[in-house]
Design a protein around this ligand. Sequence first.
Ligand SMILES: [Zn+2]
Ligand SMILES: [Zn+2]
Length: 325
Amino acid sequence: MGSGYKGKIPRKLHAFCISIVKWLPVIFTVALIIWSYYAYVYHLCFQIVTDDVERVLYLIGYHILFAFLMWAYCRTIFTETGRVPMKFKLPRAVLQKLEESDTAESEREILERFAEDLPITNRTMTGSIRYCEKCEHLKPDRAHHCSSCGECVLKMDHHCALLNTCVSFTNYKFFLLLLVYSLLYYLFIVLTTMLPLIECFHSGGRGMNCFHITSISLFFFAVIFALIFVCPFRFHYHLMLKNRTTLEALRSPIFLSGDDKDGFNLGKYRNFQEVFGETKMTWFLPIFTSLGDGSSFAVRAQDQLGSRNSANSAETSLDFGRIIP
Ligand SMILES: [Zn+2]
Ligand SMILES: [Zn+2]
């Protein structure tokens, strides 16, 4: 009992330290955002900008972008990653059969039999049903095991260390909006800090003080971050229009008919709707409106047939090559 008690404390301490380290990038990012808020609102708007109308316009524009940025940021970080539904979990009896099977062929048969009524179209490189030994369930299409989260994640895009969460089915829309709002936020800061600073330089730097130095720092900070955000924005914009995750861009999903990087590509507008939903009013709000349940997805063949996510998707996959022109 004594040794068990001693063993628990370091384990808890270890887990706590790991958790703090994982949250450090988020804490650092929030600190930078708070600094940018203070520098913009107090130093620029209240100390440098002298025109009242200009100040009000700057403050309104800034606060709208700031609110949307923080909204999308919190939703991306704090939305729970999609967990694999229970119907994919292997019952104890099936697990026991798997353990007892001595050939890859019999294992494959057991998994195929269990997957018969599940909406699974993706396969492993050897053509078997995808199975996670750690979570003991079949993997739904596009789901992957995340070693950082320690579980399988639905429509996993990537694990983001800067956000300390997996970007996946449940928060992909928020993540894309976060990239858009971040870009707009930094561009707005660049454009609005530029004018008062140009005026200051034109006056030969007369009256330059610590408020100007902070604003110059803010200007360069915003330029750098706007440039940094352009790359992931362009990358994910391209992926979203192709209905492809980052993992699928690195390795094409495999179907019964073989690998196909455009297997989930339903056309640009439908791909956009898969993430942003069908209601235009909510497209650009960080509200969950993505289509589907995250465990089954329309594939190109199904889309052209005009049906979505049938339970018989394995059969549809067989038709894949025939239907696609
Ligand atoms: Zn797993
Ligand atoms: Zn993860």
